[in-house]
Design a protein around this ligand. Structure first.
Ligand SMILES: [Zn+2]
Length: 104
């Protein structure tokens, strides 16, 4: 192989390498974008799950367990409000402070 052939070979190799390098850069850029998009979707997904759970809980239990307990005690005829806490309610007496606590 003479020196001219050798230089031709190097030219060919250089061209192939620069095309390969461009491909590598393009793939790397695409991968970075995909990773970023994935991270954004993960955050978005987590937010939506939280929101969904929030809505789900609201529909299934309009009032919480502790509020249900308070309601039960109130229905049994006792005040659960801080104002008259533990005192008996009159037969037809309703208390705005108590209902505020139960249905807030
Ligand atoms: Zn009360």
């Amino acid at each position: 192989m003479d020196k001219g052939d050798l230089f031709d070979k190097f030219d060919d190799l250089e061209r192939v390498l620069s095309v390969t390098l461009a491909d590598v850069n393009a793939i790397k850029k695409e991968l970075q974008e995909t990773i970023q998009e994935n991270a954004i979707l993960k955050v978005e997904n987590s937010r939506l799950r939280d929101r969904l759970e929030e809505l789900d809980n609201k529909e299934k239990t309009p009032i919480s367990k502790s509020q249900l307990n308070l309601e039960k005690i109130y229905d049994e005829g006792f005040h659960i409000c801080t104002m008259f806490y533990g005192q008996r309610r009159g037969p037809d007496e309703s208390c705005a402070f108590c209902t505020e606590l139960i249905y807030r």
